[in-house]
Design a protein. Structure first.
Length: 303
């Protein structure tokens, strides 16, 4: 039995297989409509979410399965003081697979060590978010047809943005991927992630200047400043609008640069860009559902 806590638990071969399955689901959805008949997914969300939770739920329904769960810690026994380990043991009696989001880094890992069914990390604090990375990878694959030879700009809150950490982990395994890390000095990529790049000799540069960096990029991954992880509201207010992508800033970008964002968007991308052919962030949402379908099939070992 396998869980998915960190994107690196999937080999690049397995990622390719998930992408092929997702492509096939997109082509032939009816083939998959009953693959999970009689199975239940539990969504345990200890932190607010719209798209990730509903994406998991829609994924399971489209496979013919059912969904149980809760969408805030207040409505679960955690509010009575139950441990994550106990919750995982209990829910294993009700569901075939668990998707867990938690504000504490490592909570889904603890759940996976105590559950008797697969656990999927649906975001743990400022740490990781592997299924968002699956959505990002399918988007990149469908837009660019490759993971090699890409210059990827990551812009915004690189410190607390867990989707950025997981995406870097996934992409750094491919040949000739260069990262341009665009953030205010206060929101730079954590050292542990930078060390993983240095160790693997992956090319990266840090900058504060989006306009300058944008010219080189094949992918621009915008992120929200993660308000809920700040200790100090004033600091958040000072940094929240550090980067706003506008049509003027796109003038120097490549004609086929893909713009991604894990959403929710606050101010980082002007709505004037939504109809630009380079804007991929709503497609990315749809692709996330297909990749979660592929992942559920894999972890449940459905043929
Ligand atoms: C991201 C998350 O929850 O980390 N959103 C998502 O999963 N779609 C990014 C964010 O909340 O800013």
């Amino acid at each position: 039995m396998r869980s998915l806590i960190d994107i690196l638990e999937l080999s690049t071969k397995e990622l390719d297989e998930l992408i092929s399955t997702a492509d096939d689901i997109i082509e032939n959805p009816q083939k998959y409509a009953h693959k999970c008949d009689g199975k239940k997914l539990a969504t345990l969300f200890f932190e607010p979410s719209t798209r990730t939770r509903l994406s998991f739920e829609a994924a399971m329904y489209e496979l013919g399965g059912n969904v149980i769960g809760f969408s805030e810690a207040q409505s679960s026994s955690a509010s009575k003081g139950e441990s994550v380990a106990d919750t995982a043991k209990v829910i294993s009696c009700y569901a075939d697979i668990i998707a867990m989001r938690h504000p504490k880094e490592g909570a889904p890992l603890v759940a996976s060590m105590n559950a008797t069914v697969p656990v999927i990390n649906a975001g743990d604090g400022g740490h990781n978010h592997p299924t968002q990375t699956l959505a990002d990878l399918l988007t990149i694959h469908r837009e660019k047809g490759r993971f090699n030879n890409l210059t990827v700009g990551l812009c915004g809150d690189l410190k607390f943005g867990r989707t950025v950490h997981s995406l870097i982990a996934a992409l750094r395994r491919y040949e000739n991927v260069k990262f341009i890390l665009i953030s205010p000095a206060e929101l730079k990529l954590p050292d542990y992630v930078k060390e993983s790049l240095t160790k693997d000799n992956v090319d990266f540069v840090e900058t504060t200047n989006l306009e300058e960096a944008i010219k080189e990029l094949d992918i621009l991954y915008m992120t929200r400043v993660q308000r809920e992880r700040f200790f100090n509201e004033e600091e958040y207010l000072r940094l929240k609008d550090s980067y706003i992508l506008t049509p003027e800033k796109l003038v120097n970008a490549k004609k086929d640069m893909a713009i991604l964002h894990p959403l929710p968007r606050v101010n980082e991308i002007s709505v004037a860009i939504d109809n630009d052919p380079r804007a991929c962030y709503f497609k990315q949402v749809l692709y996330g559902k297909y990749m979660r379908m592929a992942l559920i099939l894999k972890l449940l070992e459905v043929e």
